[in-house]
Design a protein around this ligand. Structure first.
Ligand code: NAI
Length: 328
């Protein structure tokens, strides 16, 4: 197994006197900036003039333009959407980088696909939490943290690993554990799991099958996910393992799951997954997504509009009005 680093392996004090510039105050930016500040580090925000900047100011952060924050910071954390990073880097970050600064990415995407090529006099590292931003924050507040992948693309200073581990400790990730990875590995696996394991799409298909067979949509939605059982099963999978958690289900359920598994989840699906993987590895998906971002997301907006018209949304709203289901 690769190296896994925990709190004891990281030393926050090497960041004393350094300024961390968090670029972006969205999902990851707001969570990581707050965690770093609560860990006693000096954090400033670089943001365009929008509602995220306002939120950061309201939360007591000093907010600068992205260019200014890059100049003021020793550590620059790129926490804006992947598809906008190349243009922002080119216009507002590149010229503010100085020898010995550290550029931190939360995804290997732009370095791996070559959309951003930092100068050879900065450290380029990756700290990629395996968790949505809100949970990066809530886990930190509970005294825990989000596991993360770490990688070093360039070690100009010779101290990139120590810096990276200290930042990982600052956001709480070494409380859970961070594992060595690479920019390439993180990018491919992350995109693949988003595209090939789209649980929501599977649930929608099952909803269609059952409602088209005449079953009540609210009862179906409750059964499939809306009761919250799905959260408990996910927790059991994480805590006990994919196979061991089976014992928490009835014998009928175990037999049904295992004996029918091959009917849907067979070689044909695996072949389709391999096609998805190929499309990612070749860079085709990244090219398409970059163009989509530059054109202001026309296809994404159309797909989102379509998704909102699915009948399941109407029944979800009914469930939210009638039931009192609070989770987490
Ligand atoms: P986000 O969508 O929440 O980012 C919003 C921020 O980006 C705001 O501060 C906004 O002002 C800024 N922004 C948006 N468009 C901009 C533009 N054109 N120019 C300048 N700034 C702009 O981003 P999110 O989801 O936090 O992702 C940030 C990074 O973290 C990405 O590299 C992503 O791959 C990575 N990541 C995200 C995870 C997640 O759960 N969302 C999980 C792990 C990694």
């Amino acid at each position: 197994m690769r190296n896994v680093y925990l709190d004891n392996d990281a030393d926050l004090s090497i960041l004393n006197g350094k300024t961390i510039s968090v670029i972006g105050f969205g999902n990851q930016g707001s969570a990581q900036a707050q965690n770093l500040r609560d860990s006693g580090l000096e954090v400033i925000i670089g943001n365009i003039d929008d509602e995220y900047a306002l939120r950061a100011k309201q939360m007591g952060f000093k907010v600068y333009s992205i260019r200014e924050a890059t100049e003021k910071g020793d550590i620059i954390m790129m926490l804006i959407p992947d598809e906008v990073q190349p243009d922002v880097y080119e216009h507002s970050i590149k010229d503010g980088l100085r020898p010995g600064k550290t550029l931190v990415f939360a995804s290997g995407y732009n370095i791996h696909f070559g959309y951003i090529k930092p100068p050879n006099y900065v450290d380029v590292v990756m700290l990629a939490p395996r968790m949505i931003g809100s949970a990066v924050r809530s886990l930190y507040l509970k005294g825990s943290g989000a596991p993360a992948l770490i990688a070093i693309n360039r070690d100009f200073t010779g101290t990139a690993l120590q810096t990276l581990l200290a930042i990982a400790k600052g956001i709480g990730s070494t409380r859970a554990g961070v594992i060595e990875s690479t920019f390439e590995e993180e990018t491919i696996i992350d995109l693949f799991s988003e595209q090939a394991l789209a649980y929501g799409q599977l649930i929608k298909l099952a909803f269609e099958v059952l409602t088209e067979a005449g079953f009540d949509p609210v009862v179906v939605a409750l059964e499939l996910y809306a009761s919250g059982e799905i959260v408990e099963i996910s927790k059991a999978i994480v805590n006990h393992g994919l196979v061991n958690q089976l014992s928490l289900h009835s014998l009928t359920s175990q037999y049904g799951q295992l004996s029918r598994a091959n009917i849907i989840f067979n070689e044909e699906i695996k072949k389709k997954m391999k096609n998805i993987l190929e499309d990612i590895v070749s860079g085709n998906f990244a090219k398409e997504w970059y163009q989509e971002g530059r054109a202001n997301y026309p296809t994404l907006n159309k797909l989102l509009e379509q998704a909102k018209k699915h009948p399941i949304v109407e029944y979800e709203n009914m469930i939210h009005k009638k039931f009192k289901i609070y989770l987490l």
